[in-house]
Write a protein that binds this ligand. Structure first.
Ligand SMILES: NC(=O)c1ccc[n+]([C@@H]2O[C@H](COP(=O)([O-])OP(=O)(O)OC[C@H]3O[C@@H](n4cnc5c(N)ncnc54)[C@H](O)[C@@H]3O)[C@@H](O)[C@H]2O)c1
Length: 373
């Protein structure tokens, strides 16, 4: 049976509210506004006037604004919410909405601490409502192809995974560099994406231990960041993570560094390997994804091309991955499907982030202990 919740019976529109109307809320709004079967009926932000200005910016003068998520949830008949607050208030807002019987799309990273993430999953289980986490790169064509190749088993048993990429110069401003709001820096911002890219492809094995280092050499240097006094998060971190089934995960991420890349994203299997080449694009190469296998006893290196080989250099038209993630959330509500990117799965992502954060602070290896839900 289709469970449309409180979906507006006359217009058949999903009624969505946005909690936190800062930077990323704009991308959520732009995505929702593409869909005729969705109405943004309210917005809430703790900064007085901010939600009203946000709704007006999008011409939604009839949508109601609130200065707390609680007031919006109490006063509006909603089907679901987007939680677009900074990291440290994801959990309280998501749990409040779930407990009120609303479906939740929560921005990444899932939360600040692992304990918060556990509470979010528990709230979702209790309410039976969707808790999906906003990892839009999952909808990219390239990611899907890599995931498909790994899932096919062609590469044998995957025993080693490493993240790559990183920014040469790219410290973001605002709540991202404020530990009071963001909790952590690059680790929670880019790091959660790296972990999802590496581990979703191998079905998120359970993390066991982590040993990590985090630094702030760029954020604390006035040559690279204008307000070093108020920079109190990491801008680089690296970790050695043991996963179940004897899989090793080497994590690294940077908002700033003296290099073009921290290397390629790589999965090594007993029968083959696959890598996403990071750093500057080489226009002479047809693809960023390469497979390494032995064929008839010979070592072969293969570029993974888009399905239309005549388009190999351009790749297939990229879909709007942000709109795709928002649409998937809406469809999951309308069709009574489970969460597209379930909190249960991202719990392991959060456990690793939490472990890296604590290991770097305590300067020792951490045993990851995930409470049962
Ligand atoms: N998916 C993506 O591509 C992407 C991109 C950027 C940011 N993000 C994530 O989105 C989140 C927000 O980032 P941002 O750049 O929009 O931050 P921001 O600081 O611009 O906006 C956050 C807003 O939330 C409000 N807020 C905080 N706590 C609240 C609460 N309890 N109730 C109501 N409002 C509250 C703040 O007042 C602020 O206006 C972060 O977790 C970030 O990691 C995701």
């Amino acid at each position: 049976m289709i469970d449309t919740g409180r979906c507006d019976q006359l217009t058949k529109k999903l009624r969505i509210g946005i909690i936190g109307t800062g930077g990323i809320a704009h991308a959520h709004m732009r995505a929702y506004q593409k869909f005729e079967d969705v109405s943004i009926v309210g917005g809430a932000d703790i900064i007085p006037g901010k939600a009203r200005a946000f709704l007006d910016e999008f011409g939604l003068c009839k949508a109601e604004s609130f200065e707390s998520a609680a007031a919006m949830i109490k006063n509006l008949e909603l089907d679901g919410v987007s939680v677009c607050t900074y990291n440290k208030t994801h959990a309280e807002c998501a749990i409040m909405a779930l407990e009120a019987g609303l479906h939740v799309q929560c921005e990444k990273p899932m939360s600040f601490t692992l304990a918060e993430a556990v509470d979010m999953v528990r709230a979702s289980r209790r309410s039976g409502k969707i808790l999906t986490i906003g990892f839009q790169p999952r909808y990219s064509h390239m990611r899907r192809k890599v995931d498909e190749i790994i899932a096919s088993g062609t590469l044998g048993k995957i025993y080693y995974v490493q993240s790559g990429g990183g920014r040469r110069r790219g410290i973001p401003a605002g709540s991202f560099v404020d530990a009071e709001k963001g909790g952590f820096g690059c680790l929670g911002d880019l790091g959660c994406y790296s972990i999802d890219e590496c581990l979703h492809a191998i079905k998120y094995p359970k993390p066991l231990t982590v040993s990590a280092v985090a630094t702030d050499h760029f954020g604390k240097n006035p040559q690279y960041w204008s307000d070093p006094e108020n920079f109190n998060v990491d801008d680089f971190s690296v970790a050695f993570v043991r996963l179940e089934n004897d899989i090793t995960f080497v994590f690294k991420q940077a908002w700033a560094m003296h290099a073009d890349s921290l290397g390629d994203t790589l999965w090594l299997g007993t029968k083959g390997g696959i890598k996403i080449c990071n750093g500057f694009e080489d226009p002479s190469k047809p693809s960023r994804v390469m497979c390494f296998m032995d064929v008839n006893g010979m070592q072969t290196d293969t570029y993974v091309l888009p399905s239309n080989m005549y388009d190999a250099y351009r790749g297939p038209a990229e879909i709007d991955i942000f709109a795709a993630k928002v649409r998937d959330f809406c469809d999951a509500i309308l069709e009574g499907r489970p969460a597209p990117i379930p909190g249960e799965e991202i719990l392991y992502n959060q456990a690793i982030i939490d472990g890296i954060y604590r290991s770097a602070k305590e300067k020792k290896e951490i045993v990851i202990d995930i409470p049962s839900i």
